[in-house]
Design a binder for this molecule. Sequence first.
Ligand SMILES: Nc1ncnc2c1ncn2[C@@H]1O[C@H](COP(=O)(O)OP(=O)(O)OP(=O)(O)O)[C@@H](O)[C@H]1O
Length: 266
Amino acid sequence: MDSEKNCRVIAVANQKGGVGKTVTCVNLGIGLAREGKKVLLIDADPQGSLTISLGFPEPDQMEYSLATAMMKIINDEMVDVQHGILHHEEGVDILPGNIELSGLEISLIGVISRETILREFISYARERYDYIIIDCMPSLGMLTINALASADSVLIPVQAAYLPVKGLQQLIKTIGRVKRQLNPELKIEGILLTMVDNRTNYAKDISMQVYEAYSSSINVFAVEIPLSVRAAEISAEGSSIYEYDPKGKAAFAYTALIKEVIHHGR
Ligand SMILES: Nc1ncnc2c1ncn2[C@@H]1O[C@H](COP(=O)(O)OP(=O)(O)OP(=O)(O)O)[C@@H](O)[C@H]1O
């Protein structure tokens, strides 16, 4: 394992729902684990989709989750970063998320340093991992702010199915505000086009427009994640695309993404 200062914390964020955040977290995390990295996936979405996708179908029944760990920090209690960690057979650790995060987000309102509760947890976990990847919820609320305040970089999946420009500007503005006020080292890892249907001109147009609008100031990943039924099916299988459809186009694309992400860290 690399030393503490080499742990990279990546928040996967976009306030638009259904753009491929969870599928990207699963395949990014497991892809990095396949490269020999020690990886923790944190499910920061009350829907618990990441937890469910990794084969734990009932996150709301779990006694210990991200909400429990954050509540301990709020209450000034000792936190054991290994407590409640689940292990997936493809080599990643998971801190599950569930509906309790909704209640926690509301109770954060009255808490001092409410934007940096998750950062405190992650500061304890950094020494154990090479990568910590946070699956954010589809909003720019306090939990996402906590994720951005904890992260070294933000990976932004963008679905190539509609013009994303307005939502992206709002997200980039929020990232800028978090950088100024809470986390000066925060960077944008890159914009990742997802669910790209290369048979349509529309998808090509959107890729082109995102590239033209942003690539001078923000990394736009060279790889695009293709629209793939197999990628959509992994959530129900509890496995990664590398296990489920190793020779498919989505596995190929996510493998290329891993290379780009590792390269950025150098
Ligand atoms: N490359 C892909 N090709 C086809 N379908 C995909 C692909 N990636 C994800 N999907 C499907 O699209 C839907 C949304 O994906 P996902 O859950 O990863 O998005 P999300 O941004 O995490 O959503 P939410 O905002 O609700 O958390 C899911 O049904 C998923 O299976």
